[in-house]
Design a protein around this ligand. Structure first.
Ligand code: UFG
Length: 340
């Protein structure tokens, strides 16, 4: 019988793509989501893509009784935890909300897992834990630092998981440090749909290309990078989702615990991304160079070798796929899941 995996926050952008990867990889996946930053509309799309019913429970990871019940009743072998807030700027304005939801939510989830005897976990961390890196590419051994309350929540949780594993080796924990996930499932049925004005580059670019926004503001062209704009490691969401499948196999089949980067190892600037998007999709993305965004860094890209060595995973898709898939999703779903 295939193993059952709980995806907390599984209705979001990364969770929904991972759901598809896990089902295609032979697991039975169950979603737990409170839909605070996602739409139930994604469930029907997941049903179409996978060709089967999508088990989903509406609720919060803070609800310990519910989580315990789900873990036991559904006979869950591992949890992939996506349920967290992720807007850097918002975390600066509302730090307690972030510590409560991200750190508090995680503590509740871990206690529920311990109570239910389920001690296999994949945790969504972020390259944000590297803060302003001393050098690039960034290996997992690089010094970590804090750039925002959001980043601090990821750092605290990483440390908490380390202590937990040390206290009880029955825990198998895979921590995945995501770089910049973009793109969408090639079907165009699922993708990223920010509720408000997008914070991140790719959703902003697709909305400008569609005419929903007038122009892209490029936050600074005076960084110490080849063209002056910020350099990031954009990774196709399909590759990122697949990384979870490899990580899950490692914790379930080898009882491994690890912390790995999920990135491509290639850095592209904002202008690279805009030009590639225009060329790949034959569409214009008007832009203006404006002031730097507070807290941004010049350059951030991964040394992705450890994930390959430990998990046998590596990213396969390039910037062109990221651009065409993001555009297909945006064109087919100009208002996301709720009103197409
Ligand atoms: N950018 C623009 N204009 C925009 C949006 C972004 O020029 O409208 C630029 C940024 O200045 C940066 C690049 O595009 O140079 C990428 O910015 P994103 O906001 O897409 O991504 P970040 O690298 O700033 O942040 C992302 C995640 C964070 C995570 C961080 C870790 O959003 O959650 O990566 O590396 F913490």
């Amino acid at each position: 019988m295939s193993k059952r995996i709980l995806l907390t926050g599984g209705a979001g952008f990364i969770g929904s793509h991972t759901y598809v990867s896990l089902v295609e990889g032979g697991y039975e996946a169950v979603i737990l989501d409170d839909f605070s930053n996602s739409s139930p509309g994604v469930l029907d799309r997941l049903r179409v893509i996978t060709g089967r019913a999508v088990p989903c429970i509406r609720g919060s990871i803070q609800d310990r009784a519910l989580v315990c019940r789900v873990l036991r009743d559904e006979n869950i072998s591992a949890v992939v935890q996506f349920a967290a807030f992720k807007a850097v700027g918002e975390s600066v304005a509302q730090p307690l909300r972030y510590y409560d939801n991200n750190v508090g939510g995680m503590i509740g989830l871990l206690q529920s897992m311990n109570d239910a005897g389920c001690r296999n976990l994949i945790f969504s961390s972020s390259a944000t834990v590297y803060g302003e890196p001393e050098s690039v590419p960034i290996a997992e051994s690089a010094r970590r630092s804090i750039n925002s309350p959001y980043g601090h929540t990821k750092l605290i949780i990483e440390d908490m998981l380390g202590a937990l594993h040390q206290s009880d080796p029955r825990w198998a924990i895979g921590t995945l440090r995501y770089f910049n996930p973009v793109g969408a499932h090639p079907s165009g049925l699922i993708g990223e749909h920010p509720r408000d004005i997008p914070n991140n580059l790719m959703p902003y670019v697709t909305q400008v290309a569609l005419g929903q926004r007038e122009y892209l503001s490029i936050f600074g062209a005076d960084y110490d990078t080849p063209d002056g704009t910020g350099v990031r490691d954009y990774i196709h969401i399909q590759d990122l989702a697949n990384g979870h499948l490899f990580a899950l196999k490692a914790i379930l089949e080898k009882a491994a615990s690890f912390v790995v980067n999920l990135g491509t190892g290639v850095g592209y600037s904002v202008l690279d991304l805009v030009r590639n998007f225009e060329a790949a999709n034959d569409v214009a993305v008007p832009y203006r160079i404006v002031a730097r965004r507070p807290g941004d860094i010049a350059s951030c890209f991964a040394d992705p070798r450890l994930a390959n060595t430990l998990l046998g995973w590596q990213a396969k898709l390039g910037l062109r796929d990221m651009c065409t898939d993001a555009w297909r999703w945006q064109q087919h779903n100009p208002r996301g899941y709720d009103a197409t």
